[in-house]
Ligand binder design. Structure first.
Ligand code: UD1
Ligand code: CA
Length: 421
């Protein structure tokens, strides 16, 4: 089969986003938009991936693996100009070039693989990924001749009233025969209105040379969503969240209300765990089996929850580990701590992990019982089967020995616990 190179266009600023941050770095469910598109590129098993960067490229570059080729587009002169920048890297290349836009993160891998296979099977010169949408505003319209063959793409701003009514849009994703692409790309003229060279103008030019142009139709227009504004970003988040939650439920997790459950990309959750509504789970979080999570809980980065844990309402956890069968049911903050098995964290327990300069660690050993309203000032350790009384303030470095009850402010040992207790 002919070789494939993927070119990802990611140079754009974020004018319509009104942001200092390059558009492709804006996160969707906790993950930069560009990463989803990199996954799409990988899915077609290409011989090479080239990413065109421009606006704040040093920041964007950090996301890219070393094997990915980078081309810098200094002046943002449009999508055709961006593709032109890759020419030097593709000098003798005779395979196919798949162009992906970094602001199209909702496309599915199967769609992209389908497009590339279809393009190759038919030995087309160009295959556009198109779809029909109810509201085509903002997208390039696909124009067909009297034989229903694609003859050009017209951008929204250049379309006449009749063309504007066309519901078939260009998703932006096009697969080209490399030779044909670079043959016509030189002839593209500057669009005077936008002061840009449009990649979509290749289609009109190819048509004039009698090239074989085809389309691969996307059945679910939701996938085509291009992110140009904060509104579209919010919509993309919603769609991606639905997909993530559906994927998690497929793995045997019970999500009571997916619409009010916000779980970032990459979260691992074990079978038969139940997630109650109004749960927010950020990136880099792992949860074991048969847990009860929420409602109203905020699990932040570095949270590791093992099996059979109950993490209840109004709880915030960050950079912490909670071992099997521990319960923390009501109103607590647990930061930078290691909590053993079968520990009871009483209502209103607060770990004071930050001393104004540093985040300090707290260790709570197996079967400890932390009384309601306890404040643990880190760094501190609470021993195995130790107990803190309600309202105790355990001061830093005044560790609580195993099987000891401490009470008061500051917490003092009351007595040891007998073996049979
Ligand atoms: C583009 C298509 C339009 C399609 C729509 C789908 C063109 C001319 N139009 O419009 O037909 O319906 O996408 O979402 O291609 N970029 C660069 N360098 C540049 C300009 C853009 O790398 O000089 C990158 C951007 O970062 C972005 C992508 O190319 O990832 C698309 O650019 P954008 O300006 O968003 O194009 P649209 O107006 O959305
Ligand atoms: Ca766009």
């Amino acid at each position: 089969m002919k070789k494939t190179v993927v070119v990802i266009l990611a140079a754009g600023k974020s004018k319509r986003m009104n942001s200092e941050v390059p558009k492709v770095l804006h996160p969707i469910c906790g993950r930069p938009m560009l990463n989803y598109v990199l996954d799409l590129a990988e899915a077609v098993k290409p011989d090479k991936i080239i990413v065109v960067l421009g606006y704040k490229y040093k920041e964007v570059k950090k996301l890219l693996k070393p094997k990915i080729k980078i081309v810098i587009q200094k002046k943002l002169l449009g999508t055709a100009d961006a593709v032109k920048r890759t020419k030097a890297l593709l000098k003798d290349f005779t395979g196919d070039v798949l162009v992906l836009y970094a602001d199209n993160p909702l496309l599915r891998k199967e769609t992209i693989k389908g497009l590339v296979n279809y393009h190759k099977e038919n030995a087309s010169d160009a295959t556009l990924l198109t779809t029909e949408v109810k509201d085509p505003q903002g997208y390039g319209r696909v124009i067909r001749d009297k034989y229903a063959s694609i003859c050009k793409v017209v951008e929204e701003g250049d379309a006449n009233e009749l063309q504007k009514r066309i519901k078939e849009i260009n998703t932006g994703i096009i697969c080209f025969k490399a030779k044909k692409l670079f043959q016509v790309i030189r002839s593209i003229k500057l669009n005077k209105r936008k002061k840009e060279y449009y990649l979509t103008d290749t289609i009109g030019l190819l048509y004039q040379t009698g090239a074989l142009i085809d389309s691969f139709k996307l059945s679910d227009p939701e996938e085509a969503l291009g992110i140009n504004s904060r509104n579209e970003l919010a919509l993309a988040n919603k769609i991606m969240q639905r997909r993530i939650n559906a994927e998690i439920m497929k793995k045997g997790v019970n999500i009571i209300d997916p619409e009010s459950t916000f779980i970032n990309y990459g979260t691992k959750i074990g079978r038969d765990t139940t997630i109650y509504p109004f749960t927010v789970i950020e990136s880099n979080v792992k949860i074991g089996k048969r847990c009860r999570i929420g409602p109203f809980i905020h699990l932040r980065e570095g949270t590791r929850i093992q099996d059979d844990v109950v993490a209840g309402n109004f709880l915030e956890v960050v950079r912490s580990q909670i071992a099997d069968k521990t319960e923390a049911k009501h109103f607590s903050y647990l930061g930078d701590c290691f909590i053993g098995r079968s520990v009871n964290i009483g209502a209103g327990t607060i770990i004071a992990n930050f001393d104004g300069k540093r985040k300090n660690k707290t260790i709570i050993k197996d079967k400890a019982f932390i009384g309601s309203g306890t404040i643990l000032i880190a760094p501190v350790k609470v021993g195995r089967q130790a107990i803190t009384g309600a309202g105790a303030v355990v001061v830093k470095k005044r560790d609580v020995p195993d099987r000891t009850i401490v009470v008061g402010v500051p917490a003092r040992p009351l007595r040891r616990i007998n073996a049979e207790e």
